[in-house]
Design a protein around this ligand. Sequence first.
Ligand code: MRU
Length: 309
Amino acid sequence: MKTMFWENNQLVLIDQTKLPHELVYYHCKTYKDVIHAIKTMKVRGAPAIGVAAAFGMALAELEGVDLQKAGEEIKAARPTAVNLFWAVDRVLKSDNALEEALKMYDEDIETNKAIGKHGAEVIDDGDTILTHCNAGALACVDYGTALGVIRAAFEEGKKIKVICDETRPFCQGAKLSVFEMQQENIPVKLIVDNAAARMMQTGKVNKVVVGADRVAKGGIANKIGTLMVALAAKRFDVPFYVAAPKSTFDFENSIYDTKIEERDPNEVLYFGECRVAPEGTEVENPSFDIVPGDLITGIITEEGILEPF
Ligand code: MRU
């Protein structure tokens, strides 16, 4: 099952806000529909929003909209993932937006399979792997980056287990990563975010593998909570790997220049439909963490495992 596909001049996306309970598709007929889908996280995860953005540009071309203008608007949908900017710029440099988007769609799957192959080398038979957020098939066109590494190790016949952090406030771990692992019968357990350090302290985790929205000078950016996981992993000598395609890399800038998305306070005030905090509660809701390079064991890419730079 692909996260998105192109059909009848529309981009059709799995609406991830409805998973795991309902499989509903959202049809993007205009580039503005794609912007809406990215902003509301119907499509999310760095590679997936990159490819969706490329199809957004294809829709803009079909609509006869100025591509520079559409590109600026699409880039403004979310600030942190490099892939969004990379995808729009790549389409702008191409001769045909739709052809380029379709090429990026196919490349994404090949890239993730290559990440999986390299990453599986560091996974041992019997490992329990902790992951945070969802860097799975749903965060890409298919297969996934961090969950691609897990898939590849499992496909090689390694007996592995997975622990998913819930990943408050959006719960991508509980809703999406657990769902993906269950679909493939990969043994999986869900924990609250606060339990990750305890799992490592008690020897229940052998490796951590997470994705990234940005890899730049000095470290990586990934979902809020990743820093706490990386710090605990360092303290308890658990190898901490980041799996990311080269399209997530920014070789020019410091990771500390990353714009960290601040999301709606209601994500924190409510648990699903249920309000938890009292009226008048002030909220800060940063959506991404910066993990310094010295906490990272290796960065698994389609070209092999790199050191942080
Ligand atoms: O806010 P999200 O759900 O888009 O955040 C996603 C993540 O943090 C992922 O780990 C990252 O984008 C890598 S996806 C292969």
